[in-house]
Design a protein around this ligand. Structure first.
Ligand SMILES: [Fe+2]
Length: 269
């Protein structure tokens, strides 16, 4: 498995506080079957100013320590970028990191509680610079939980989404879990990642969520979410993605099959 979202780099944000915690997280990830992990510290103006050079240097240090400790985990540099109007410019100028520094995919988190009015302009700007946005954990965003239609629109215009493993296994509550399942069913979830923050809470576990995804979508589609799509992102290649299913179309399909079944099974109701 490949984990595209983790806060394993120590002292850079609210993730691992020191190297001991970081190595403990790496051991847990490797034991879970994760072979590669992208280190994605938060990048939020005025709070976590994690510039490209600093992240690259920290990843290099982690790589050395993993080798010394003989932990079989491949690590790559990235960041979790807060949605800002000048994101494209700051990526292109080399201030901010894309995933694995390929310049092709940017992991982006929305501000909590609101959808910025400039969002679609930023996505368009990123697209014109050859950068595809990956929306981090939309399943936990209250505005999208209330109305997921914008997410469908963004995915239709080329954005990818990353669902957090613990959302699908229920750690964030039943409402988040139900919405995560709904996004999977509508093929609006492309990547499963841990968004791990430590070895005790929000841990680097991906296998349990994979099992959940497999039960919902089947083995091939679930594997795509933890291996082939993340690998294509890691390599900076164009990912082949499933077509999303509009919310209304699913509702229509259900009502059609509902009518059909009542036609053939009068007592079924
Ligand atoms: Fe995160």
């Amino acid at each position: 498995m490949i984990d595209l979202h983790s806060h394993i780099l120590p002292g850079m944000d609210d993730g691992a506080p020191d190297w001991n915690h970081a190595l403990e997280m790496a051991r847990m990830a490797a034991a879970d079957g994760i072979r590669a992990m992208v280190c994605t510290p938060h990048c939020v103006a005025g709070i976590f100013e994690n510039r490209r050079e600093a992240v690259l240097e920290a990843v290099e240090q982690l790589r050395t320590r993993l080798g010394d400790a003989r932990i079989p985990l491949e690590v790559h540099a990235g960041s979790e970028l807060r949605m800002d109007p000048d994101l494209g410019e700051r990526i292109e100028s080399g201030q901010f990191l894309t995933l694995n520094d390929t310049g092709r995919y940017a992991l982006i988190e929305l501000p909590p509680e609101m959808i910025p009015p400039h969002l679609e302009n930023v996505f368009w700007d990123l697209g014109s610079r050859g950068v595809t946005p990956i929306i981090a954990h939309p399943e936990r965003h209250p505005r999208l939980m209330h109305d997921p239609e914008p997410l469908y629109r963004w995915v239709e215009s080329g954005a990818l989404t990353q669902i957090t493993a613990a959302s699908l296994t229920g750690r964030f509550g039943s409402r988040v879990r139900r919405f995560s399942v709904r996004l999977l069913e509508h093929r609006l979830a492309h990547i499963l990642a841990t968004d791990s923050h430590g070895p005790h809470a929000r841990t680097p576990n991906l296998s349990s969520a994979y099992m959940e995804a497999r039960a919902i979508l089947g083995e091939t589609a679930a594997m795509e979410m933890i291996e082939s799509i993340p690998r294509q992102v890691l390599e900076g290649k164009l990912a082949s993605l499933p077509r999303p299913i509009p919310f209304r179309e699913r509702a229509r399909r259900r009502s059609f099959f509902g009518r059909l079944s009542s036609l053939f099974c009068g007592t079924c109701g």
